[in-house]
Design a protein around this ligand. Sequence first.
Ligand SMILES: [Zn+2]
Length: 418
Amino acid sequence: MELITAKHVITIDHDPIADGAVAIDGSTIAAVGTAEKLKTQYPNATIRNFDNHVLMPGLVNAHAHLDLTHFLGDDSNFVNWLVSMLKYQRGTQMAQLIPAIQRGMKQVIDSGTTCVGDFASSEATFQLAKEMGIRTVIFPSIAGGPGTLSQDRYESALALVEKYLDEHDPTIHAGLGPFAPYLLSRHLLRVTSQHAKELGVPLMVHATESFSEMEFFFDSQGAIGTELFPSIGWGNDLPPAFRKTPIQYLNDIGFLDASPTIIGGIHLGARDFTLLARHMCRVVFCPRANQLFSHGKFPWNKLHDNGIPVALGTEATTQPPDFNLWQEMKTALEGTLSTDTPTAKDLMHMATMGGARALGLEHRIGSLTVGKSADVIVVDAPQMADAHFLYDALIRQTTPLHVRLSMVNGHILKNQTP
Ligand SMILES: [Zn+2]
Protein backbone atom coordinates (compact mmCIF):
# COMPACT_ATOMS: atom_id res chain seq x y z
CA MET A 1 0.00 0.00 0.00
CA GLU A 2 1.22 3.49 -0.87
CA LEU A 3 -0.07 6.79 0.49
CA ILE A 4 0.28 10.07 -1.38
CA THR A 5 -0.49 13.05 0.83
CA ALA A 6 -0.92 16.65 -0.32
CA LYS A 7 -1.97 20.08 0.93
CA HIS A 8 -5.05 19.95 -1.32
CA VAL A 9 -6.68 16.84 -2.78
CA ILE A 10 -9.09 17.45 -5.66
CA THR A 11 -11.31 14.41 -6.03
CA ILE A 12 -13.66 15.90 -8.70
CA ASP A 13 -16.74 14.06 -7.40
CA HIS A 14 -16.57 15.76 -3.98
CA ASP A 15 -15.25 19.01 -2.55
CA PRO A 16 -11.45 19.34 -2.26
CA ILE A 17 -9.90 17.85 0.89
CA ALA A 18 -7.42 19.99 2.85
CA ASP A 19 -4.36 18.00 4.03
CA GLY A 20 -5.70 14.97 2.20
CA ALA A 21 -4.36 11.69 0.91
CA VAL A 22 -5.00 8.84 -1.47
CA ALA A 23 -4.13 5.23 -0.70
CA ILE A 24 -2.99 3.21 -3.69
CA ASP A 25 -2.98 -0.56 -3.76
CA GLY A 26 -0.99 -1.61 -6.84
CA SER A 27 -2.92 -0.17 -9.77
CA THR A 28 -6.07 0.83 -7.89
CA ILE A 29 -7.25 3.63 -5.59
CA ALA A 30 -7.99 1.96 -2.24
CA ALA A 31 -9.04 4.97 -0.15
CA VAL A 32 -9.43 8.76 -0.29
CA GLY A 33 -9.61 10.99 2.80
CA THR A 34 -7.62 13.18 5.17
CA ALA A 35 -3.94 12.29 5.54
CA GLU A 36 -4.42 11.82 9.27
CA LYS A 37 -7.19 9.27 8.81
CA LEU A 38 -5.44 7.27 6.06
CA LYS A 39 -2.14 7.18 8.01
CA THR A 40 -4.01 5.62 10.91
CA GLN A 41 -5.86 3.24 8.61
CA TYR A 42 -2.67 2.10 6.82
CA PRO A 43 0.17 2.39 9.39
CA ASN A 44 2.57 0.28 7.32
CA ALA A 45 2.05 2.08 4.01
CA THR A 46 4.90 3.75 2.11
CA ILE A 47 4.29 7.50 2.20
CA ARG A 48 5.03 10.24 -0.35
CA ASN A 49 4.41 13.67 1.18
CA PHE A 50 3.65 16.71 -0.95
CA ASP A 51 3.30 19.52 1.56
CA ASN A 52 2.73 22.39 -0.83
CA HIS A 53 1.02 20.64 -3.70
CA VAL A 54 -2.26 19.54 -5.21
CA LEU A 55 -3.06 15.88 -5.76
CA MET A 56 -5.75 15.23 -8.35
CA PRO A 57 -6.84 12.83 -11.08
CA GLY A 58 -4.69 12.96 -14.20
CA LEU A 59 -6.09 15.16 -16.96
CA VAL A 60 -7.97 13.47 -19.79
CA ASN A 61 -7.42 14.99 -23.23
CA ALA A 62 -10.47 13.69 -25.08
CA HIS A 63 -9.21 14.51 -28.54
CA ALA A 64 -5.79 14.91 -30.14
CA HIS A 65 -3.90 14.01 -33.32
CA LEU A 66 -0.51 12.95 -32.00
CA ASP A 67 0.82 12.06 -35.44
CA LEU A 68 0.39 15.74 -36.43
CA THR A 69 2.91 16.90 -33.79
CA HIS A 70 5.33 18.07 -36.52
CA PHE A 71 2.63 19.40 -38.84
CA LEU A 72 2.31 23.11 -39.55
CA GLY A 73 -0.98 23.41 -41.41
CA ASP A 74 -2.44 26.15 -43.56
CA ASP A 75 -4.39 27.96 -40.86
CA SER A 76 -5.83 30.68 -43.12
CA ASN A 77 -9.20 29.00 -42.63
CA PHE A 78 -10.56 25.67 -41.42
CA VAL A 79 -11.19 24.03 -44.80
CA ASN A 80 -7.73 25.03 -46.03
CA TRP A 81 -6.28 23.50 -42.85
CA LEU A 82 -8.19 20.26 -43.50
CA VAL A 83 -6.96 20.14 -47.11
CA SER A 84 -3.35 20.66 -45.98
CA MET A 85 -3.74 18.08 -43.20
CA LEU A 86 -5.11 15.36 -45.51
CA LYS A 87 -2.28 16.08 -47.98
CA TYR A 88 0.30 15.84 -45.16
CA GLN A 89 -1.11 12.50 -44.00
CA ARG A 90 -1.00 11.08 -47.53
CA GLY A 91 2.58 12.26 -48.10
CA THR A 92 4.26 11.46 -44.77
CA GLN A 93 6.26 8.28 -44.29
CA MET A 94 6.18 6.12 -41.16
CA ALA A 95 9.82 6.99 -40.40
CA GLN A 96 8.77 10.65 -40.03
CA LEU A 97 5.62 9.89 -38.08
CA ILE A 98 7.21 7.87 -35.27
CA PRO A 99 9.35 10.69 -33.80
CA ALA A 100 6.35 13.02 -34.12
CA ILE A 101 4.09 10.67 -32.15
CA GLN A 102 6.82 10.15 -29.52
CA ARG A 103 7.25 13.89 -29.09
CA GLY A 104 3.50 14.39 -28.84
CA MET A 105 3.21 11.69 -26.18
CA LYS A 106 6.05 13.25 -24.21
CA GLN A 107 4.20 16.59 -24.24
CA VAL A 108 1.04 14.84 -23.06
CA ILE A 109 2.88 13.21 -20.14
CA ASP A 110 4.81 16.38 -19.23
CA SER A 111 1.61 18.41 -18.99
CA GLY A 112 -0.01 16.05 -16.49
CA THR A 113 -2.39 14.34 -18.89
CA THR A 114 -2.67 10.65 -18.09
CA CYS A 115 -5.16 9.67 -20.78
CA VAL A 116 -5.49 10.86 -24.36
CA GLY A 117 -8.08 10.08 -27.04
CA ASP A 118 -6.10 10.03 -30.27
CA PHE A 119 -7.12 9.91 -33.93
CA ALA A 120 -4.25 7.83 -35.32
CA SER A 121 -3.26 7.12 -38.88
CA SER A 122 -1.23 3.97 -38.17
CA GLU A 123 -0.68 1.09 -35.76
CA ALA A 124 2.55 2.74 -34.58
CA THR A 125 0.54 4.78 -32.06
CA PHE A 126 -0.61 1.62 -30.27
CA GLN A 127 2.97 0.37 -29.93
CA LEU A 128 4.39 3.73 -28.82
CA ALA A 129 1.63 4.24 -26.25
CA LYS A 130 2.47 0.84 -24.78
CA GLU A 131 6.16 1.69 -24.60
CA MET A 132 5.57 5.07 -22.96
CA GLY A 133 2.94 3.80 -20.52
CA ILE A 134 0.34 6.48 -21.18
CA ARG A 135 -3.32 5.50 -21.13
CA THR A 136 -4.59 5.94 -24.65
CA VAL A 137 -7.88 5.48 -26.44
CA ILE A 138 -6.84 5.14 -30.04
CA PHE A 139 -9.25 5.76 -32.89
CA PRO A 140 -7.67 4.53 -36.14
CA SER A 141 -8.91 7.36 -38.30
CA ILE A 142 -11.24 6.61 -41.20
CA ALA A 143 -11.35 9.32 -43.84
CA GLY A 144 -12.52 9.45 -47.42
CA GLY A 145 -10.59 9.37 -50.65
CA PRO A 146 -10.81 8.20 -54.25
CA GLY A 147 -11.93 4.69 -55.20
CA THR A 148 -12.13 2.16 -52.41
CA LEU A 149 -9.69 4.02 -50.14
CA SER A 150 -12.25 4.79 -47.45
CA GLN A 151 -13.47 1.18 -47.40
CA ASP A 152 -9.88 -0.03 -47.10
CA ARG A 153 -9.26 2.37 -44.22
CA TYR A 154 -12.42 1.26 -42.53
CA GLU A 155 -11.44 -2.40 -42.75
CA SER A 156 -7.91 -1.69 -41.45
CA ALA A 157 -9.36 0.33 -38.56
CA LEU A 158 -11.76 -2.43 -37.63
CA ALA A 159 -8.98 -5.05 -37.73
CA LEU A 160 -6.82 -2.92 -35.42
CA VAL A 161 -9.64 -2.31 -32.95
CA GLU A 162 -10.46 -6.03 -32.79
CA LYS A 163 -6.78 -6.95 -32.38
CA TYR A 164 -6.26 -4.60 -29.41
CA LEU A 165 -9.56 -5.52 -27.81
CA ASP A 166 -8.34 -9.11 -27.76
CA GLU A 167 -5.09 -8.09 -26.03
CA HIS A 168 -6.94 -6.73 -22.96
CA ASP A 169 -4.08 -4.32 -22.16
CA PRO A 170 -5.17 -2.34 -19.08
CA THR A 171 -4.08 1.02 -20.51
CA ILE A 172 -4.48 0.67 -24.28
CA HIS A 173 -8.05 1.09 -25.48
CA ALA A 174 -9.49 1.39 -28.97
CA GLY A 175 -12.47 2.98 -30.64
CA LEU A 176 -13.79 3.79 -34.10
CA GLY A 177 -13.19 7.26 -35.52
CA PRO A 178 -14.90 8.09 -38.82
CA PHE A 179 -13.30 11.46 -39.50
CA ALA A 180 -16.34 13.58 -40.37
CA PRO A 181 -19.84 13.07 -41.81
CA TYR A 182 -18.90 14.89 -45.04
CA LEU A 183 -15.79 12.74 -45.58
CA LEU A 184 -17.48 9.32 -45.67
CA SER A 185 -20.48 7.84 -47.41
CA ARG A 186 -23.68 7.43 -45.42
CA HIS A 187 -23.30 3.66 -45.83
CA LEU A 188 -19.82 3.61 -44.25
CA LEU A 189 -20.95 5.93 -41.45
CA ARG A 190 -23.87 3.64 -40.64
CA VAL A 191 -21.76 0.46 -40.74
CA THR A 192 -19.05 2.04 -38.56
CA SER A 193 -21.64 3.08 -36.01
CA GLN A 194 -23.21 -0.40 -35.96
CA HIS A 195 -19.79 -2.00 -35.46
CA ALA A 196 -18.95 0.34 -32.57
CA LYS A 197 -22.22 -0.57 -30.88
CA GLU A 198 -21.72 -4.28 -31.51
CA LEU A 199 -18.13 -4.27 -30.17
CA GLY A 200 -18.96 -1.97 -27.24
CA VAL A 201 -16.20 0.51 -28.17
CA PRO A 202 -16.43 4.32 -28.21
CA LEU A 203 -17.37 6.04 -31.47
CA MET A 204 -16.03 9.51 -32.17
CA VAL A 205 -16.52 11.90 -35.08
CA HIS A 206 -15.70 15.53 -35.92
CA ALA A 207 -19.05 17.21 -36.55
CA THR A 208 -20.62 20.67 -36.51
CA GLU A 209 -17.26 22.37 -36.14
CA SER A 210 -17.47 25.00 -38.86
CA PHE A 211 -20.26 26.91 -40.51
CA SER A 212 -19.14 25.45 -43.87
CA GLU A 213 -20.48 22.11 -42.61
CA MET A 214 -23.91 23.63 -41.98
CA GLU A 215 -23.88 25.03 -45.53
CA PHE A 216 -22.85 21.68 -46.97
CA PHE A 217 -25.57 19.64 -45.29
CA PHE A 218 -28.25 22.21 -45.91
CA ASP A 219 -27.84 23.05 -49.58
CA SER A 220 -24.65 21.27 -50.76
CA GLN A 221 -22.84 24.61 -51.09
CA GLY A 222 -19.66 26.12 -49.71
CA ALA A 223 -15.96 25.39 -49.27
CA ILE A 224 -16.36 21.70 -48.38
CA GLY A 225 -17.67 21.01 -51.88
CA THR A 226 -15.57 23.53 -53.78
CA GLU A 227 -12.21 23.21 -51.95
CA LEU A 228 -12.11 19.98 -49.92
CA PHE A 229 -13.81 17.57 -52.32
CA PRO A 230 -11.50 18.26 -55.31
CA SER A 231 -8.47 17.76 -53.02
CA ILE A 232 -9.52 14.17 -52.26
CA GLY A 233 -10.62 13.34 -55.81
CA TRP A 234 -14.36 13.92 -55.35
CA GLY A 235 -14.57 17.07 -57.44
CA ASN A 236 -17.72 16.20 -59.42
CA ASP A 237 -19.41 14.14 -56.79
CA LEU A 238 -21.41 16.61 -54.68
CA PRO A 239 -24.38 15.10 -52.86
CA PRO A 240 -27.89 16.54 -53.17
CA ALA A 241 -29.02 19.29 -50.79
CA PHE A 242 -30.07 17.44 -47.62
CA ARG A 243 -31.86 20.44 -46.04
CA LYS A 244 -30.66 19.21 -42.64
CA THR A 245 -28.17 20.10 -39.95
CA PRO A 246 -25.20 17.71 -39.68
CA ILE A 247 -26.70 16.27 -36.46
CA GLN A 248 -30.10 15.69 -38.09
CA TYR A 249 -28.31 13.95 -40.96
CA LEU A 250 -26.37 11.70 -38.54
CA ASN A 251 -29.60 10.92 -36.70
CA ASP A 252 -31.50 10.08 -39.88
CA ILE A 253 -28.88 7.57 -41.06
CA GLY A 254 -28.85 5.84 -37.64
CA PHE A 255 -25.36 7.01 -36.67
CA LEU A 256 -26.44 8.48 -33.34
CA ASP A 257 -27.74 5.07 -32.19
CA ALA A 258 -24.21 4.20 -31.01
CA SER A 259 -24.09 7.33 -28.74
CA PRO A 260 -21.08 8.91 -30.48
CA THR A 261 -18.85 11.57 -29.01
CA ILE A 262 -19.01 14.67 -31.19
CA ILE A 263 -15.79 16.67 -31.61
CA GLY A 264 -16.95 20.23 -32.31
CA GLY A 265 -20.59 20.69 -31.41
CA ILE A 266 -20.44 24.40 -32.20
CA HIS A 267 -23.11 24.87 -34.87
CA LEU A 268 -26.21 23.21 -33.51
CA GLY A 269 -29.86 23.82 -34.38
CA ALA A 270 -32.51 23.94 -31.64
CA ARG A 271 -33.61 20.31 -32.27
CA ASP A 272 -30.01 19.07 -32.26
CA PHE A 273 -29.67 19.47 -28.49
CA THR A 274 -32.67 17.17 -27.97
CA LEU A 275 -31.23 14.62 -30.42
CA LEU A 276 -27.81 14.62 -28.73
CA ALA A 277 -29.36 14.28 -25.26
CA ARG A 278 -31.76 11.52 -26.33
CA HIS A 279 -28.91 9.48 -27.82
CA MET A 280 -26.64 10.05 -24.81
CA CYS A 281 -23.97 11.70 -26.96
CA ARG A 282 -21.06 13.63 -25.51
CA VAL A 283 -19.29 16.67 -26.95
CA VAL A 284 -15.60 17.63 -27.03
CA PHE A 285 -14.79 21.35 -26.83
CA CYS A 286 -11.39 22.34 -28.26
CA PRO A 287 -11.02 26.01 -27.21
CA ARG A 288 -7.79 26.89 -29.02
CA ALA A 289 -8.89 25.30 -32.32
CA ASN A 290 -12.15 27.18 -31.96
CA GLN A 291 -10.26 30.42 -31.38
CA LEU A 292 -7.83 29.88 -34.28
CA PHE A 293 -10.53 29.27 -36.87
CA SER A 294 -13.15 31.61 -35.39
CA HIS A 295 -15.63 28.75 -35.57
CA GLY A 296 -18.27 30.52 -33.46
CA LYS A 297 -19.52 30.43 -29.89
CA PHE A 298 -19.47 27.05 -28.20
CA PRO A 299 -23.01 26.52 -26.81
CA TRP A 300 -21.81 25.56 -23.34
CA ASN A 301 -24.94 26.63 -21.44
CA LYS A 302 -27.40 24.84 -23.77
CA LEU A 303 -25.36 21.61 -23.71
CA HIS A 304 -25.12 21.84 -19.94
CA ASP A 305 -28.85 22.57 -19.55
CA ASN A 306 -29.66 19.54 -21.73
CA GLY A 307 -27.45 17.28 -19.60
CA ILE A 308 -24.99 16.60 -22.44
CA PRO A 309 -21.51 15.87 -20.98
CA VAL A 310 -18.71 18.07 -22.29
CA ALA A 311 -15.01 17.18 -22.45
CA LEU A 312 -11.94 19.15 -23.49
CA GLY A 313 -9.53 18.34 -26.31
CA THR A 314 -6.46 19.90 -27.85
CA GLU A 315 -6.85 18.90 -31.53
CA ALA A 316 -3.46 19.61 -33.18
CA THR A 317 -4.07 23.01 -34.66
CA THR A 318 -1.78 25.35 -32.73
CA GLN A 319 1.40 26.37 -34.56
CA PRO A 320 3.30 24.23 -33.67
CA PRO A 321 0.82 21.72 -32.21
CA ASP A 322 0.99 21.10 -28.49
CA PHE A 323 -1.13 18.92 -26.26
CA ASN A 324 -1.26 20.99 -23.08
CA LEU A 325 -4.77 20.71 -21.65
CA TRP A 326 -4.06 23.39 -19.00
CA GLN A 327 -3.74 25.85 -21.87
CA GLU A 328 -7.13 24.78 -23.24
CA MET A 329 -8.70 25.38 -19.81
CA LYS A 330 -6.97 28.76 -19.53
CA THR A 331 -8.08 29.82 -23.03
CA ALA A 332 -11.69 28.85 -22.23
CA LEU A 333 -11.59 30.63 -18.86
CA GLU A 334 -10.08 33.85 -20.15
CA GLY A 335 -11.76 34.01 -23.54
CA THR A 336 -15.20 34.69 -24.92
CA LEU A 337 -15.36 31.50 -26.95
CA SER A 338 -18.58 30.17 -25.54
CA THR A 339 -22.05 31.29 -24.62
CA ASP A 340 -21.67 31.78 -20.85
CA THR A 341 -18.09 31.03 -19.85
CA PRO A 342 -17.82 27.79 -17.88
CA THR A 343 -16.48 28.30 -14.35
CA ALA A 344 -13.03 27.06 -13.38
CA LYS A 345 -14.72 24.19 -11.54
CA ASP A 346 -16.74 23.30 -14.67
CA LEU A 347 -13.54 23.32 -16.74
CA MET A 348 -11.68 21.13 -14.26
CA HIS A 349 -14.58 18.67 -14.42
CA MET A 350 -14.55 18.74 -18.23
CA ALA A 351 -10.76 18.11 -18.26
CA THR A 352 -11.07 15.01 -16.07
CA MET A 353 -14.48 13.33 -15.68
CA GLY A 354 -15.84 14.90 -18.88
CA GLY A 355 -12.95 13.39 -20.84
CA ALA A 356 -13.42 10.02 -19.15
CA ARG A 357 -17.09 10.00 -20.19
CA ALA A 358 -16.28 11.09 -23.76
CA LEU A 359 -13.90 8.13 -24.06
CA GLY A 360 -16.17 5.57 -22.38
CA LEU A 361 -13.84 5.25 -19.36
CA GLU A 362 -15.96 6.94 -16.69
CA HIS A 363 -15.96 3.82 -14.50
CA ARG A 364 -12.18 3.58 -14.57
CA ILE A 365 -10.69 7.11 -14.53
CA GLY A 366 -11.57 10.82 -14.26
CA SER A 367 -11.92 11.16 -10.47
CA LEU A 368 -10.21 10.06 -7.28
CA THR A 369 -12.74 7.41 -6.40
CA VAL A 370 -12.20 4.12 -4.56
CA GLY A 371 -11.94 1.27 -7.06
CA LYS A 372 -10.82 3.44 -9.98
CA SER A 373 -7.37 3.11 -11.57
CA ALA A 374 -4.51 4.98 -9.93
CA ASP A 375 -4.19 7.60 -12.68
CA VAL A 376 -3.15 10.61 -10.60
CA ILE A 377 -0.98 13.70 -10.80
CA VAL A 378 0.66 16.04 -8.31
CA VAL A 379 1.15 19.71 -9.24
CA ASP A 380 2.49 22.73 -7.34
CA ALA A 381 -0.14 24.45 -5.19
CA PRO A 382 -0.97 27.80 -6.81
CA GLN A 383 -0.60 31.19 -5.13
CA MET A 384 -4.04 32.22 -3.94
CA ALA A 385 -5.68 34.40 -1.34
CA ASP A 386 -8.08 31.71 -0.22
CA ALA A 387 -8.68 27.99 -0.88
CA HIS A 388 -12.04 29.03 -2.32
CA PHE A 389 -10.11 30.10 -5.49
CA LEU A 390 -8.27 26.77 -5.85
CA TYR A 391 -9.68 25.73 -9.25
CA ASP A 392 -9.33 29.20 -10.74
CA ALA A 393 -5.77 29.73 -9.48
CA LEU A 394 -4.74 26.25 -10.57
CA ILE A 395 -5.95 26.77 -14.13
CA ARG A 396 -4.40 30.23 -14.45
CA GLN A 397 -0.99 29.30 -12.97
CA THR A 398 -0.23 25.67 -13.83
CA THR A 399 2.17 24.87 -16.67
CA PRO A 400 3.92 21.55 -17.46
CA LEU A 401 6.85 22.76 -15.28
CA HIS A 402 4.57 22.62 -12.23
CA VAL A 403 3.64 18.96 -12.78
CA ARG A 404 5.77 16.99 -10.28
CA LEU A 405 4.35 13.49 -10.43
CA SER A 406 2.26 11.61 -12.94
CA MET A 407 1.04 8.05 -12.52
CA VAL A 408 -1.00 5.73 -14.77
CA ASN A 409 -2.44 2.52 -13.39
CA GLY A 410 -0.05 2.84 -10.42
CA HIS A 411 3.05 3.22 -12.65
CA ILE A 412 5.04 6.45 -12.50
CA LEU A 413 5.42 8.25 -15.85
CA LYS A 414 6.92 11.52 -14.58
CA ASN A 415 8.70 12.16 -11.31
CA GLN A 416 10.16 15.60 -10.73
CA THR A 417 9.82 15.73 -7.02
CA PRO A 418 11.24 19.04 -5.75
ZN1 LIG B 1 -9.48 16.45 -34.63
